[in-house]
Structure formats: C-alpha cells, structure tokens
Design a protein. Sequence first.
Length: 384
Amino acid sequence: MDHRIPVVDNKHRITTTQLDLPPRLLLGPGPSNYCNRVRLALSTNEIGHLDPKFIELMNETQELLRYVWQTDNKFTIPVSGTGSAAMEATLANCVEPGDVVLIGVNGYFGDRLCDMALRYGADVRRIHKAWGDVFTPDEIGEAIEQHRPVILGLIHAETATGAMQPMDRIGKLCREFDCLLLLDTVTSLGGAPVFLDRWHVDMAYSGSQKCISCPPGIAPLTLGPRAIEKLNRRKTKVANWYLDMTLVGKYWGAERTYHHTAPVNMNFALREALRIIAEEGLEHRWERHLRNAKALWEGLEEIGIGLHVDEEYRLPSLTAALVPDGVDAKAVIGYLLKNYNIEISGAFGPLAGKVWRIGLMGHNSRKENVVLLLAAIKDALEAA
Ligand SMILES: *Cc1c(COP(=O)(O)O)cnc(C)c1O
C-alpha cells in the first residue's frame, strides 16, 4: 500500500474569523434566548450515548417531560431534530396509507401538518378558520362526524397568528368517534397551560427553542397508549427510517439498542432547561408568561398599536401586534435589530406586512424585556 499523503485541493480552504456575535435579545417567534445554566450544560464534557450515566440522565429527562406535559405516557422522549422532526414523527408513525386525517388549519402550521400527512399517504381533510381565529368544539364535532377521521390534528398555539386553541370537549369528542387526537404544543409547552392526559391527547410534540428556552435541535415527542396501539398494529413499516419509533423506542426503552447516536450535549441542555421549569413550577411559569404578556399588550395599546387576536384566545408566549397604517413593518424590524439588538419578526401568508410577531418565551418572558421593547418600538416609530 502507498502511504504517501495525496495532494489536496485548497480552493475551498478559506481562513475565517472566530465567531463574534452581537448579543441579540430574541423576542421573535423563536428561537428564544437561553440562560447560562443551559449554556453550561451544553458545554459539559462529553460522555457516550450508551454510558450508564447517560442512561440515568435520559430517564430523568423523560420524567421531566412528563411533568411539563402533564402526562403519564410511558413513550415520552426527545427526538433528535427540531420541532418539525417530532411533528413529522407523529404522522410518520401513526398514519397508514389511506387513513383519513382531519386537520384544523387556522394558520401556517396546520398546513404543514397537511403537507406531512399527504407524504405518508393520508387521505387529508381540512377545516379552515381565518388566521387568528380558533375552532369551537361544535365545529370540530361536526367535522369529525362528517369525515370520520382516524386522526384529528390541531395546533394548540399557532405561532403564525398568536392564537391559542381552547381544548375543552375536543378530546372527549375524539374518543366518542374512536379518533386519535394529535396536538402541536411547540409554542405553548412551558409557557401556557397544557394538560395532555386531562385533554385526552394521544400524540403531541414540541420544540426546545420556544418556551423551554434551550437551543433548537432537540424536540419532545409523546405517544399515548392508543397511539402506540395503532403503531403496533401497522401492516406496513414506518416509511421514515430515522423517525421510526418502533426502532428509536428501543433506545429510549428497556433494550437501549443503538439506532442513531443521540445528540448527547443537546440532551444535557434540554435536561437542564426542564430542571429549571420544574424548579420554578408550572403554575408560576404560566402566571409569569401571562403577567408579562399582559404588560406588553397594555403597553402596545398605549402607544397606539392594536392586537390581532381576541384577548380570550390570545397566546401569552406570542403576540401578533398590528402594524399601524403607513408604517413599514420591515423597517421597524430592521431598526430594532440595528439599534437595540432586539429581534422581532414579521408575518407570512394573509398577515404578511400587517402584524409583527413578538415572542415572550421562557427565559425571555421578563418585565425588563417588556419595558425595553416598548421603549425601542416607540423610538422606532418616531424615527420612521
Ligand atoms: C416552531 C414551530 C414548529 C416547528 O419547529 P422547528 O423547531 O422550527 O422545526 C412547529 N409548530 C409550531 C406551532 C411552531 O411554532
């Protein structure tokens, strides 16, 4: 064998600078900032993904996830990927070709669920509401009766609009018609009341970078007994190898069999973020999110900025603020970033150019951020 080192092409070998980022305050629809405890957990020394010590930590993370979701579901794990990976995992595992899947579409993320369900061969039916509105239990009940779906998918907290779907009666309706209830809790988990078992939710997912305040890249997923039963009854293999929970479940379950290498340090970070939530207590955390959101809502209205969603359905973690007539939404976003290092976001779809999306999520839901943001927006409007 020839051991001489071959000549390398250095065309792409650029020299770059060491990372040096502006200290942004992330008050958009995610990611949110995370605190130093999470940062330290992320940079902890590495251990193997099958190390007995890591397995101990895995169990703790699962238990803390059950707490934040208020569920006893045995199958409760962090998926290696962002919220969309856990979102896709629910459908990849529980949809078989031809299954009727009914999705409530009242914003962007309902459409994404439809797109994913179609890719797994579902017979997708949609019910629509305007962006910013929510469904009544009667509307859901009628649609279930009409379509007789195997799965009903709803977005609990629609990040595209700032509306929160009330969950009373919906789970019971699903049980009556033997339909599985799938709930997106990405922007509500850790920021607004979520009671999976009380609401009879069968499948749910979330993200790490919204109200959990952990970097993006790991995503909670939970499957209740009825969803697991459907998964075990499948006649066809799960059509996505990476997200096949019959395989991933063996790593998170008793067997601890290798499927893919868990992102070890992301798991440390998530565990720390969940520990912080447990220390604060869900009730206090929800109260804090609501208190700071209310201060933001009042402050915005005082400076002549209206709110898109009715107070009754308004999300505490994400506010859609109406752009005043004659104001360039993008210019204000740019001004806040340039002059205050604050990130807020515009909107898309029917709300594009009409609202700003402001997130007060997890670690960022604090009074000082509200006061600063209101002053910064006022300055931006005066400068415009
Ligand atoms: C952010 C978000 C997702 C997707 O999460 P990613 O981490 O961006 O993949 C899904 N649903 C809702 C409601 C979200 O806000």
